[in-house]
Design a protein around this ligand. Structure first.
Ligand code: HMH
Length: 221
């Protein structure tokens, strides 16, 4: 044990995969201003479908925190996430109408269906809180890391995509991700070896699905 949390160790250990998830060509194209707007629209519609599935997943994490956490503030952090999701769904609808994307008629891509299936498998009651809070942290952090890259000085993100990038790239969302990371590290510290291994698997699985999601939703065949 080097005194750092498990999650930081895993990011280092799976650095290549982590970078593929957070420095995806689609995200880099937003940052350098060369993004194909039809790819952006495709991503927007697919992500709306994903975020709708994210609601019951978060509810299941909340339930596990309420039942199994030894720290009351976990529930408050997760509840804050659920509250922002409500706002996020409204934002998706506004943004979609702005771009003339019809959310009703969208078929989820295979990568999206598979990612939603992963969420569903993590919602099962027998999956430990330490595992699901780790997955939750990873899901949010990939977006935080990706979109904050598009806000860094020197980036050429188109003005009309700034709001999207700020949604996940802003300092408040970063703090929220740090709170989730602290919770995950605390849970992993106390978890037995087999649970830690399952959490590591869930982390890797999230990265794989994020990479697939970026690729397919932005239009790779
Ligand atoms: C695919 N991953 C995906 N969509 C999101 N909206 C997030 C993570 C962050 O909430």
């Amino acid at each position: 044990d080097d005194g750092r949390g498990k999650t930081a160790t895993w990011i280092d250990q799976y650095r290549l995969m982590y970078d593929r998830a957070t420095r995806h060509p689609f995200v880099l194209s937003i940052r350098d201003g060369t993004v194909d707007i039809s790819a952006f629209k495709r991503w927007l519609g697919q992500d709306y479908i994903f975020v709708r599935e994210f609601v019951p997943f978060l509810a299941s994490v909340l339930l596990k925190a309420w039942k199994d956490s030894d720290d009351d503030s976990d529930v408050e952090v997760i509840l804050g996430g659920i509250a922002s999701l409500n706002d996020e769904l409204s934002w998706f609808k506004r943004e979609a109408s702005k771009w003339d994307v019809h959310l009703g008629g969208i078929t989820p891509q295979k990568a999206n269906v598979e990612y939603c299936r992963l969420l569903q498998s993590l919602m099962l009651p027998e999956i430990d809180y330490a595992v699901v809070i780790t997955a939750f942290w990873a899901i949010e952090t990939v977006y935080q890391d990706s979109f904050s890259l598009c806000l860094e000085s020197g980036s050429k993100t188109p003005e009309e995509l700034m709001e999207t990038c700020k949604r996940w790239g802003n300092a408040h969302f970063k703090e929220y991700c740090c709170s989730l990371q602290k919770i995950a590290d605390r849970c992993l510290e106390k978890a037995p070896g087999d649970v830690v291994r399952k959490a590591e698997e869930a982390f890797v699985s999230v990265l794989e699905h994020e990479i697939g999601f970026w690729s397919k939703s932005s239009g790779e065949s």
